[in-house]
Design a binder for this molecule. Structure first.
Ligand SMILES: CC(=O)N[C@H]1[C@@H](OP(=O)(O)OP(=O)(O)OC[C@H]2O[C@@H](n3ccc(=O)[nH]c3=O)[C@H](O)[C@@H]2O)O[C@H](CO)[C@H](O)[C@@H]1O
Ligand SMILES: [Mn+2]
Length: 345
């Protein structure tokens, strides 16, 4: 494994171990992070063994078909953003290489099941065991107001469900938005020392095909299935300048979904902390963004360009949308829900 990091001393994982040690000495962890981003500050620890796309991956001997420069595997879709972030589609990656590159990592999956949404947990977790990060270590962090109603399901080795009891809110919009606050709080409290990456998901969904380490990057977002074809005008960004989520009509790269984002723990901490803070500012100003946390996520990802972008293969709704031929796989799909019955009860 890689222990010598060459010039990449400012990587997030040496950061974690340093940050962890200092945590008890400082409440202001955000400034600690910035302080710790010194190139000389190198820590040799388990965490340093991890590889992400910022590193030079060291892999064992592997046999796989070689890429053909003059035969691109996808010509029907954009596979790279203008800021050189890969857009992840079927055919663009080789799991054999990536699994070797990302071996020995632990992935944290955050999912909220508050009030009636606990009914979605069983199918969510069962299908995650079949398709999510198979062969890798996973901590499922289930945030709920009803720990007793979290179903017990059989888990593969190296995987565990961690139930985190949290409060509920009256309005579903508040439940959805406060996920940002809760993820940021728990990132500081425990995710930093327990996992390398966080994947933050909606619960009213199920996995239906492979979702693996190809998604992992310092910061990633997912193309919302309703808008991947659209131009900026069609994006349902927050358009009122009074809101902190405001995006002018001549800006915007993509419309990202609120139900699937993630990255390294420090980056997810920064994102969720920032989104929570601006949602509090909006509340103080008596305004709520049109699509709640999703509007704020979109603004954050406009000004903090994600290092990977997941195609709508990673978030689809078969009941709302007709599947186009370019979607070769449906990996994570909406489970139909009766809004009147399941929300605000
Ligand atoms: C697939 C997708 O991109 N979904 C986004 C979309 O709406 P959705 O219509 O998919 O929102 P939703 O009803 O799924 O609520 C978001 C999530 O909050 C949690 N929850 C909500 C209510 C409740 O009573 N209990 C509970 O646990 C649960 O994890 C749920 O999946 O827009 C929302 C904001 O408007 C969020 O940004 C969602 O992430
Ligand atoms: Mn949802």
């Amino acid at each position: 494994m890689v222990t010598a990091l060459g010039p990449y001393g400012s990587n997030v994982f040496s950061l974690i171990s340093t940050w962890q040690r200092e945590e008890s000495q400082s409440q202001d962890t955000h400034s600690v992070v910035l302080q710790r981003m010194q190139p000389e500050k190198k820590e040799s620890s388990e965490r340093d063994c991890h590889l992400d796309t910022c590193r030079i991956p060291e892999v064992p001997r592997l046999v796989y078909p070689k890429a053909q420069l003059l035969k691109p595997t996808r010509v029907d879709v954009l596979v790279m953003t203008p800021w050189f972030a890969p857009i992840i589609w079927d055919g663009t990656f080789d799991s054999a290489i990536l699994d070797a590159q990302f071996r020995n990592i632990t992935v944290g999956l955050t999912v909220f099941a508050i009030k009636k949404y606990v009914v979605f947990l069983k199918l969510f977790l069962e299908t995650a065991e079949k398709h999510f990060m198979v062969g890798h270590k996973v901590n499922y962090y289930v945030f709920t107001d009803q720990p007793a109603n979290v179903p017990q399901i059989p888990l593969q080795e190296g995987r565990q469900v961690v139930v985190l009891e949290v409060r509920n809110y009256k309005r579903w919009q508040d439940i959805s938005m406060h996920r940002m606050e809760m993820i940021s709080n728990f990132s500081q409290q425990r995710f930093l020392r327990e996992v390398h990456y966080l994947v933050c998901l909606d619960v009213d969904m199920k996995f239906s095909d492979h979702v693996g380490v190809e998604i992992l990057a310092p910061l990633f977002g997912t193309l919302h299935p309703g808008f991947y074809r659209g131009d900026r005008q069609s994006f349902t960004y927050e358009r009122r300048p009074l809101s902190q989520a405001y995006i002018p009509r001549d800006e915007g790269d993509f419309y990202y979904a609120g139900g699937f984002f993630g990255g390294s723990v420090p980056e997810v901490y920064r994102l969720t902390m920032a989104c929570h803070q601006v949602m509090m500012a909006d509340q103080a100003n008596g305004i709520e963004a049109v699509w709640h946390d999703e509007s704020h996520l979109n603004r954050y990802l406009l000004y903090h360009k994600p290092s990977k972008v997941l195609s709508p293969e990673y978030l689809w709704d078969e009941h709302m949308l007709q599947r186009p031929p370019l979607l070769r796989k449906l990996r994570y799909v909406a489970v139909p829900k009766n809004h009147a019955e399941i929300r605000n009860r």
